[in-house]
Design a protein around this ligand. Structure first.
Ligand code: PMP
Length: 286
């Protein structure tokens, strides 16, 4: 990260980066009553901004609280923060959480706090480097049953197992980890959705216990425009032996080809290249 200073939008006002603090008895910190977004700006425009602001609202509702700013107000605040940071290509992180007034599992009357931080975060690799693909470990932790957690919320608590899995993967020299779900089906990476190819077909797990990512939806649309057949279905791990290409998608990850998942190898090829190019074109302001 090159720039971790400037201002942060905090409950409707701009404060200096170092002054954007929370109290140690914040409910969000103790009990994970926190929801967030991850967005990218390209050439001064935040890609799919309203979808992200809407998802932040929806995530909060699933966590039983209401963000005291409308989707429109969040959109405006994100744009204004980007501008004040003087950045055009950047990462945008809105977050909302229950405050520190009551301490205990119950926090009915706690304030709802909202903040937006923007920092410089260039795309990981140049396109040529990207086509080499990244290596993924297979995570030991499973995405949980939807009956055990609000799995469609982009909520802090869902990331416990992502951080554990990512750390375990990094310790073994992998870039990230692929997670299976509670049924043993392929789910997603720790911060991105996953796609596989077989001939001219693109297969991706049905998002019934994890985020249906905004990038995932964009890429499915782009793939269909290219006449690829996109198949959303339950995918079992041993099927990875039958796939040719693999890539992951996310606002931060963008479209990133994958060369290896545990014992399975993939050859980033024509479809990965096409999707990387089409996604780059889609996010670039006209
Ligand atoms: N799954 C997880 C666990 C994520 O954190 C993300 C990133 N938000 C995604 C999928 C991809 O979502 P999006 O394309 O909306 O960024």
């Amino acid at each position: 990260f090159d720039k971790l200073d400037g201002v942060i939008w905090y409950n409707g006002e701009f404060v200096k980066w170092e002054d954007a603090q929370v109290h140690v008895l914040t409910h969000g910190l103790h009990y994970a009553s926190s929801v967030f977004e991850g967005e990218r700006a390209y050439g001064g425009e935040i890609f799919e901004l309203t979808k992200h602001s809407q998802r932040l609202h929806d995530s909060a509702k699933m966590m039983g609280f209401e963000i005291p700013y409308s989707v429109q107000e969040l959109d405006d605040a994100c744009r204004e923060t980007l501008k004040r940071q003087g950045l055009t290509n950047a990462y945008v992180r809105p977050i909302a959480w229950r405050g520190s007034e009551m301490m205990g599992v119950s926090a009915q009357h706690n304030s709802i706090n909202t903040a937006i931080a923007v920092w410089d975060w260039p795309s990981y690799f140049d396109p040529e480097q990207k086509m080499k693909g990244i290596r993924l470990d297979i995570a030991e932790w499973k995405r949980p049953d939807p009956a055990t957690i609000p799995c469609k919320a982009k909520a802090a608590g869902l990331y416990m197992i992502c951080t554990l899995s990512k750390h375990a993967a990094e310790a073994k020299g992998y870039a990230d980890a692929l997670m299976f779900d509670y049924r043993g089906q392929i789910a997603e990476a720790t911060g991105a959705n996953v796609f596989f190819t077989q001939g001219n077909e693109i297969h991706t797990p049905t998002p019934d216990c994890f985020l249906d990512g905004i990038t995932r939806q964009t890429v499915i649309g782009l793939a269909k425009k290219r006449q690829f057949k996109v198949i959303e279905r339950a995918i079992m791990p041993d099927e990875m032996a039958t796939f040719e290409e693999c890539f992951i998608t996310g606002s931060a990850a963008e479209v990133t080809p994958v060369s290896e998942i545990g014992p399975y190898n993939f050859q980033p090829g024509a479809i990965c290249k096409q999707m990387v190019e089409d996604y780059t074109a889609a996010v670039t302001p006209k």
